[in-house]
Design a protein around this ligand. Sequence first.
Ligand SMILES: [Zn+2]
Length: 443
Amino acid sequence: MLRLFDTARGGVYPVEPRDPGKVSMYVCGPTVYGPPHVGHGRFSLVFDVIRRYLEWSGFEVTYVSNITDVDDNIINRAARENVDWTDVATYWERAWYEAMDAIGVKRPNVDPHASAFIERMVELVGDLVEHGVAYETADGVYFQAERVEDYGLLARQSIDSLRAGARVETIEEKRSPVDFALWKKAKPGEPSWPSPWGDGRPGWHTECVVMSLDILGDGFDIHGGGQDLAFPHHENERAQAVAEGHTFVRHWVHNGWVVVEGEKMSKSLGNFTNLMDLVEWGDPRAYRLLVLRSHYRAPIEVTRVSVADAGEALRRLDRFAETFAAAQGGVADEAALARFREVMDDDLGTPAAMAMLFDLVTRANSDQDTAAAAAAFEICRAVGLELRTTSGEIGEKALELARRRDEARAAKDWALADALRDELIEMGYEVEDTPTGTRLRTR
Ligand SMILES: [Zn+2]
């Protein structure tokens, strides 16, 4: 069984599902007010790999990831652009899924939208007030964090040190600096919903606790997100669940940062911040391979050099896939797959798994070993690495036109290059410019 680091227990433990054979996952999704960045891409890929690996291992996975469509950033952007807040949310949600599709992240089974769960959130806040763990102030309703005995569990800090480290607040009515907003009373012109404490909107932490428990039920298996969500977001979700007597989450999983230096440095080093820039510049599959080559809890840096390098490795895999297409689904080297399971089950050892994959490819190439090839295909399937076998699908004429187009581009004959591209598109191909030339895909 897959063993993963559990933030709450501070160690690696087996994922023991609540319902045998089934795994329920809730991964905190985006607040939709701008383009997804590489940090979004990383958590999406990490949890997509966990999901796919569990499915490959025979589990039925229910994957829930929310869309936060009620938020200060959305409201501010709408005010700036003089449009309705729902237009901002709808537009950037579409952009989100386009980016996820481009990097091959499977769509969630359920993607709850905060705006559809407001009534349930009002109910929870009401219960918390009634039970004396939340209190009303002039600007909202706050949760009294100190009422939860082990508050600080996910932060891995005591409540005293959290209190000492908290930002000095200007809201005098807050009883403690660690208390957090469950309900924010609306200011004029803001979107709002009715509640016993006046019109307003829920806090982010209330959103995820309500939606995850409503959809997956008490004691669901994996709650995930980037490391920056462990505290305060997940801590505060958990505090509300615990205060209401819920068994919340069995396994807390958090992935490491994407390290991007300051703006100036990011330009000079060619680091990516916008996920779509990365997708459009390199091979869209490259980010998955980069993520797989690092341990999910380690920080990674995403640069043009590392993306191009991953793209090169993918071309090697594609060439392998073309050569050994017939081996796919055939009898695989069982010992290799057993070893693959072993490294993956040990806290998702994808760097070792990728090293194994490339070893298998080398073995297949040098020994014409179809069992090694079949195992390599299986590994790619298990982690969601899509291999492209193009030679069968793309006609000779198209390849010839692509070659002529590369020559035209090298000679800076843009008119000819554009004409050849148009011809290829007319023939039904998608034409992509990559650092190594024109890439064709059938539509
Ligand atoms: Zn969340």
